[in-house]
Design a binder for this molecule. Structure first.
Ligand SMILES: Cc1cc2nc3c(=O)[nH]c(=O)nc-3n(C[C@H](O)[C@H](O)[C@H](O)COP(=O)(O)OP(=O)(O)OC[C@H]3O[C@@H](n4cnc5c(N)ncnc54)[C@H](O)[C@@H]3O)c2cc1C
Length: 175
């Protein structure tokens, strides 16, 4: 079983995602929560902790024959589950750009960046925007939680939130 929880902190500076945590520390973070939650934490064998950072979008990724892809140019918070997907899409579009201009690597990298920058910037900012939805105080109140879930995860709302992400096809998008 996997347990995952989030704690708001302003003093986190480590970039590491495999820093070890302790049960005592986690219990302190979730003090006052329901006994079932505390019991899960107490019986956890191994705990890790990592910071989630919202980065400003980079205005460009490419200089000459050097470019970036994946987290290096558009790291994002995990609330849309798109970090790996964006890296794979980058790779696919990059391969197509190089294939289209094998004798012009610098031009291919510019073309790749132009094809991907707006898309990844929008996905990253949409993921950041999900923070207030996933961690909304309405979810912590039994009187408002159900209505909040209905309003935020209705079929229509989910389509609006996700369809534009999954409608994208990296194998055929214009480059
Ligand atoms: C805990 C955690 C959970 C996640 N869960 C999900 C999820 O469920 N779904 C999802 O879509 N995304 C998830 N992500 C995000 C996802 O892992 C990243 O978006 C994705 O791995 C980015 O791929 P990447 O190739 O750009 O970078 P990375 O996967 O970070 O690859 C970079 C590689 O470069 C290597 N490297 C670094 N410096 C050097 C150097 N100087 N020389 C040589 N090699 C070097 C690193 O060792 C690493 O292997 C998660 C991330 C974390 C931290």
């Amino acid at each position: 079983m996997t347990f995952s929880g989030q704690v708001e902190r302003s003093d986190w500076e480590l970039e590491s995602w495999n820093e070890k945590g302790t049960v005592e520390e986690c219990l302190k973070d979730f003090a006052g929560w329901h006994a079932d939650i505390l019991e899960i934490i107490e019986h956890t064998e191994s705990l890790h902790k990592w910071g989630l950072f919202v980065r400003d979008a980079l205005p460009r990724w490419t200089t000459g024959r050097v470019s970036l892809l994946g987290d290096a140019c558009h790291s994002m918070v995990p609330y849309l589950g798109q970090g790996v997907n964006m890296a794979i899409e980058d790779g696919c579009v990059l391969a197509r750009c190089i294939e289209a201009a094998p004798r012009d690597p610098a031009g291919a990298l510019q073309r790749y960046e132009q094809a991907r920058l707006a898309r990844t910037t929008r996905v990253a900012s949409s993921a950041a925007g999900m923070q207030t939805i996933f961690h909304n105080p309405a979810l912590a109140d039994p009187a408002t939680a159900s209505a909040y879930v209905d309003s935020q995860w209705s079929p229509q709302k989910s389509r609006e939130r996700y369809d534009w992400i999954y409608d994208y096809d990296a194998t055929s998008v214009a480059i």
